[in-house]
Design a protein around this ligand. Structure first.
Ligand code: OOG
Ligand code: MG
Length: 270
């Protein structure tokens, strides 16, 4: 093989990166040949390197397909993770422009911040250890945007390579951290679109318990020989289906269960 040959992993990452920047949908990358889950994560990581090269910084992670509602909506059956940068973070109160997005959707999430590193490379981390590392709990709204035609019917490797359809995310005001992780399981999540409750769920629909989703992330990262760095925020996966965004739309996440109900809102620009 000539040394000039381009690494196919990097080439796929570049294709997805360019599609995102141009807000242009592309055919699924597995239409040109199969990709393993591991290779797909390599494409994701290579894509993140391109973003870092553009000055972005990895500050958060997300879990995806942790609830039955999401797995059903996407027709996929395994939890995955994605990597989030500072440039994807939205500020509360700033209207969200759909410009530069292809077919964005929003979904309600719960997010944890870890105050110390979680490393599952040698020994698995249990729920108590993971909870001990959590120093903040907050509602969050994730904006997804697939780079694939129609945002539908892709395979796991396709969606992983596309950084788990990541686009943007808003972390709401933190709520008091419960004494025990199991308390979170009863929290109610209302997803309100234009003032009407569109979807409802309880937090136990996220991997059985939101803490389980954090533990799963440490396991998935360990398989890639990686750790969850101290200071990272983690979106634990939506408990409800995602909703397509339109100009002027208001999406709200109301969480009941933390000492006082909390509301987080994303207003889409007209
Ligand atoms: C994949 C990302 C899933 C979640 O919270 O389940 C996700 C997709 O739906 O395109 O972020
Ligand atoms: Mg999500």
């Amino acid at each position: 093989m000539s040394e000039l040959q381009i690494d196919p992993i990097q080439e796929l990452a570049r294709t997805l990166h360019d599609a995102r920047l141009a807000a242009r949908e592309i055919p699924r990358i597995t239409e040109n040949g199969p990709l393993s889950i591991d290779e797909a994560y390599s494409v994701m990581e290579s894509g993140i390197q391109l973003r870092e090269h553009d000055g972005e910084q990895v500050i958060a992670y997300k879990m995806g397909l942790t609830s039955e509602a999401k797995r059903r909506q996407m027709g996929l059956d395994q939890a995955i993770f994605g990597i989030l940068t500072d440039r994807m973070e939205l500020r509360s109160g700033v209207p969200y422009s759909l410009q530069g997005r292809i077919h964005p959707k929003a979904e309600p999430e719960i997010a944890f911040r870890v105050g110390r590193m979680l490393d599952a490379r040698k020994n698995p981390i249990n729920a108590d250890e993971a909870w001990g590392a959590v120093d903040q709990v907050a509602p969050a709204i994730e904006v997804l945007d697939s780079r694939y035609v129609g945002f539908k019917y892709f395979s796991l490797p396709d969606v992983i390579a596309d950084n788990a359809s990541s686009s943007d995310y808003l972390i709401g005001a933190p709520v008091p951290k419960p004494a025990h992780w199991s308390e979170l399981e009863q929290w109610k999540i209302d997803f309100i679109v234009n003032g009407t409750v569109m979807h409802q769920a309880v937090a136990s629909e996220i991997s059985g318990s939101p803490i389980r989703s954090l533990v799963e992330l440490t396991e998935l990262l360990a398989r890639r020989n990686q750790v969850l760095p101290a200071g990272s925020w983690v979106l634990l996966g939506a408990a409800t289906a995602a909703v397509a965004l339109e100009p002027g739309m208001s999406v709200e996440l109301e969480m009941q269960g933390p000492s006082a109900p909390s509301k987080t809102r994303l207003a889409v620009a007209r």
